[in-house]
Design a protein around this ligand. Structure first.
Ligand code: FES
Length: 121
């Protein structure tokens, strides 16, 4: 008897959920005004029928705090860092990038903050 194959997700979305204590000089992705973004992302994925092909992962700091709130979209041979997220931006990213296959260029991190991968020594 052969076991059924479990498909891989087509995309992983890593949403930074780091929250700094009040008074910290360094910004963080989760504040009072951005607290709901993770839930919004999860609900939108479900409403759009994307949960399963897309796996949503709550993560800590992704190292781009100045551009937060951020999320990293990882596909088959691609990764995209989206910055300064809002609920509206998330919905558009899900429709145009995840569903439509076309990244939303104007929401991506500026190139100077997203250089080539660091080589391993
Ligand atoms: S706190 Fe989100 S990238 Fe650092």
């Amino acid at each position: 008897m052969t076991m059924p194959t479990i498909p891989q997700p087509t995309y992983y979305i890593f949403k930074c959920e780091q929250s700094s204590p009040p008074g910290m000089p360094k910004p963080s992705c989760v504040s009072e005004s951005t607290r709901n973004l993770f839930n919004h992302l999860g609900q939108s994925l479900m409403q759009k029928g994307l949960m399963g092909p897309v796996q949503l992962i709550r993560t800590s700091c992704l190292g781009r705090c100045q551009q937060g709130p951020v999320m990293l979209v990882v596909g088959q041979n691609e990764r995209f860092m989206y910055v300064e997220l809002t609920e509206e931006k998330i919905d558009r990213i899900l429709d145009e990038h995840i569903r439509g296959g076309k990244p939303v260029e104007e929401y991506l991190i500026p190139a100077q903050f997203w250089g080539e991968p660091e080589p391993l020594n």
